[in-house]
Design a protein around this ligand. Structure first.
Ligand SMILES: CC(C)(COP(=O)(O)OP(=O)(O)OC[C@H]1O[C@@H](n2cnc3c(N)ncnc32)[C@H](O)[C@@H]1OP(=O)(O)O)[C@@H](O)C(=O)NCCC(=O)NCCS
Length: 219
């Protein structure tokens, strides 16, 4: 059994608790120590999930435990991952037993594949990539570090999702398209052309509009 903490005690963190529970139900692998969160997670809700709030994220420096990041924001995952790596911590990779993952798939450290998600063949994910429930990834896709696929997002074959990009719930990316680093594809959008970095793209077909990050001039 490997000691494990989930970083983030909000909704996504609790979704990861469910993934850990489902993994352990098939074959006990993780001794779940609890949740780390710098904010004020709902302790009652966490207790109902059978876990404790252990304290702030910096406690990870002192815990002899693997970690997964139950945080939706790719930027926040990157920041915490860099700190955790400096502290010598190693991420766990989680695959819900109801997910379908092909044999020639390489999942990067910290990647989480939630229930009913599917990955077919010759796919690579980077660090802390999150495939939420029922997301699908077809052949030859490349998902950079900290990519998020929201529930039901669909990547056709040979799609590239740049580092820190987010594909919104129910969005579709057709075959061969590249989504730039940091870009957000809105819920329900259909991407039919490459998208540049750091834009928000919505609609069918998806068209970029300047992201808040660009609009504020923050690099
Ligand atoms: C695209 C998105 C990032 C925009 O967020 P935002 O910048 O806060 O946008 P706002 O809500 O202020 O809306 C701005 C405009 O875009 C429109 N819009 C927002 N999301 C849209 C979408 N997905 N498709 C089409 N139009 C959208 C709004 O109607 C609004 O139009 P208006 O100015 O004509 O009224 C967000 O709406 C979205 O789709 N996020 C993905 C959510 C998701 O997948 N969640 C999963 C969680 S597990």
């Amino acid at each position: 059994m490997k000691a494990l903490v989930v970083v983030g005690g909000g909704g996504h963190g609790r979704e990861l608790l469910d993934v850990v529970e489902a993994v352990n139900a098939v074959r006990p692998q993780f001794d779940l120590l609890g949740v780390l969160d710098d904010g004020t997670p709902d302790l009652e809700v966490l207790a109902a999930c059978g876990v404790r709030h252990l304290g702030p994220v910096r406690l990870l420096a002192e815990l002899d435990a693997q970690y997964v990041l139950g945080i939706g924001s790719p930027d926040a995952r990157r920041v915490i991952d860099l700190a955790a790596t400096e502290w010598g911590r190693v991420p766990a990779t989680l695959v819900h037993p109801s997910a379908v993952v092909g044999r020639r798939v390489t999942l990067g450290p910290g990647t989480v594949v939630c229930g009913l998600a599917s990955i077919t063949t010759n796919v690579r994910t980077g660090r802390h990539v999150h495939l939420n429930i029922a997301a699908t990834v077809a052949h030859d896709c490349r998902l950079g570090d900290y990519v998020t696929l929201a529930p039901g997002a669909r990547l056709s074959g040979a799609v590239t999702a740049g580092e820190g990009s987010t594909i919104g719930t129910g969005a579709v990316v057709i075959q061969g398209c590249a989504v730039g680093a940091g870009t957000i594809v809105g819920a329900g959008a259909v991407v039919v052309r490459d998208l540049p970095a750091d834009v928000v793209a919505v609609g069918v077909p998806a068209r970029p509009r300047p992201s808040a990050r660009n609009a504020s001039g923050v690099p």
